[in-house]
Design a protein around this ligand. Sequence first.
Ligand code: F3S
Length: 389
Amino acid sequence: MHLTAEEEAILNGEEGETKQQLLEILVGVGKVFGAEEMVPIRSAQVSGASYKTIGEWGLKWLASLDAHAAVPAVLNPVGMDRIRWEEMGIDPGFAKKQLEVISAYERLGIRLECTCTPYYLNITEYGDHLAWSESSAVSYANSVIGARTNREGGPSALAAAIIGKTPKYGLHLVENRKPGIHIQVEGEPKGADASWYGALGYLAGKISGNRIPLFSGIRPGRDHLKNLGAAMAATGAVALYHVQGITPEARVFSYSTEGLEQFVINADEVASLFTGEQVDAVAIGCPHCSPDELIYLASLLEGCSVTKPVYIFAARDVIERESEQIRRIERSGARVYADTCMVVSPALERYDRIMVNSGKALSYVPTMCGAGAVIGSTEDCIRVACTPE
Ligand code: F3S
């Protein structure tokens, strides 16, 4: 692996022990995956932020580091809303440890935005190299924006944030971004909402595994693509996909389906996931809600009083920008939390069955929260939440 004189100096400890240790991680990863050099990144997104996942050892390691991020960097969702954690019913002992983890990251210059939608906060453009770690964010960056990132682990994303570079291999190279299979979708319903694309992604991820699918037969919008990619990253290991005529690289390279192994998913298979079972709570915002999704939720909740707990998750910055919509939503009794989500927070472990509008949550809630999950459209979720008991 070719290193610049500046990188060699860091490896020799000339800029301190922390940078030396973190660059060693990046060079080690680069060598394993055959990278020839490092590439500067525009931003980083660092996972390993919930005390539920990193525990005491992770906290001690973070506290031992002494450096400052070289590029804009945010955190993945943590185990609670940093401000409203008591209202979420979080144990004070857990909250204390979680706040220690957050301050350790703050000391390292990581912005205290804890979100899986960093693309709503940091400018991210076609062709940018990034070091992001949350799977749905990685999928969105690669597929919807046309930026380039591998799915980083927590330590390598943090190392990239501090050094400002990442090893150039995998999805950083154009030749590795071509489609590997073709998924033909039949019967896309007119006006289908994001949950339908999440359910499609739930099925498509199982087919794709770690291959790069090229879709035909669908015309999704941006929030639809967000849900599609998040679900495929959960039921498969899809970090990049293309949609003919829609996603940027499919348009730039005019990928053809010729020669690709073909699979068909029809609308009946997608519809069969919507079972309409009874639930005792509703959770929306996996991935975190966009401003448009908050506006839509506010309109659906207008004049309603929820009879079941409704949790909605979004990035703090988005919540602050959309304060009027948040007031409209919370008038109904629903709650909008920042910094966390239905999967990484222990708050939703108390329910038996939760309705979600996300294919990723449909896959993760049963394993990570120990609750059953039912997928419904956003409208179904709100109707169920507002039905008198
Ligand atoms: Fe984001 Fe949590 Fe879903 S990190 S994608 S809201 S599981």
